[in-house]
Design a protein around this ligand. Structure first.
Ligand SMILES: [Zn+2]
Ligand SMILES: [Zn+2]
Ligand SMILES: [Zn+2]
Length: 199
């Protein structure tokens, strides 16, 4: 049976979620282009037979990101997410249709929240500053991981907290960073574990 793999990204020009499927056969046979209906952005996928290279229009920072995936990662399994190096958030997802649709919804929310957040300060700037430096300490010990086994994650700073999102399964750990208690709470953690999405 011919398998179809889906690709999802957020169009940086019109803000719409773009999703399209290609058969594994066609992906291996020729370069693929997935265009937004507005015609202003397209995701490209090319292969040299071993690896796949992707050019992803990023709906979060507006740039184009390049990524390389093994044939295995792209053509089998539930899927893989690609993170935006500027914002640390997932910006593209490839894999099974249901996974891609779900990730695209999250992505649209993230983009919307980003717009809302601009210009806003933190609930408590001092706490947030301390919180982030503590978080960096934990990260530098490789203390942040996901129950799915991944050590790759994205970080999103909100007004009163920080979200850590697993780059592999999309699981999220929401940390509150508004009060002294929040800070004390973080300081007693040697490690942080993101609860991965169930497989
Ligand atoms: Zn568009
Ligand atoms: Zn980006
Ligand atoms: Zn995970």
């Amino acid at each position: 049976m011919e398998q179809t793999r889906y690709f999802g990204y957020l169009c940086p020009k019109c803000g719409v979620g773009v999703i399209a499927g290609r058969t594994t056969f066609s992906l291996q046979a020729a370069a693929a282009r997935i265009q937004c209906e507005c015609g202003e952005s397209e995701l490209r996928v090319e292969t040299d037979g071993v690896k796949f290279r992707l050019w992803v229009p990023c709906g979060l920072c507006g740039k184009e990101h390049q990524a390389e995936l093994s044939a295995d990662a792209l053509l089998t399994g539930r899927g893989v997410g690609l993170a935006c190096p500027e914002t640390g958030n997932l910006t593209c997802y490839c894999g099974e249709e249901a996974e891609v649709r779900r990730s695209l919804e999250t992505l649209a929310l993230t983009a919307a929240k980003d717009k809302e957040d601009t210009g806003e300060s933190f609930t408590d700037n001092v706490i947030m500053y301390e919180f982030l430096s503590e978080l960096r300490d934990i990260a530098s010990r490789d203390g942040i991981s996901c129950t799915c086994g991944s050590h790759r994650y994205g970080m999103k700073v909100r007004r009163a907290g920080v979200d850590l999102t697993c780059a592999d399964c999309g699981g999220t750990l929401r940390l509150s960073a508004a009060t002294d208690e929040d800070l004390d709470n973080l300081c007693c953690h040697m490690t942080l574990t993101i609860r991965g999405r169930e497989g």
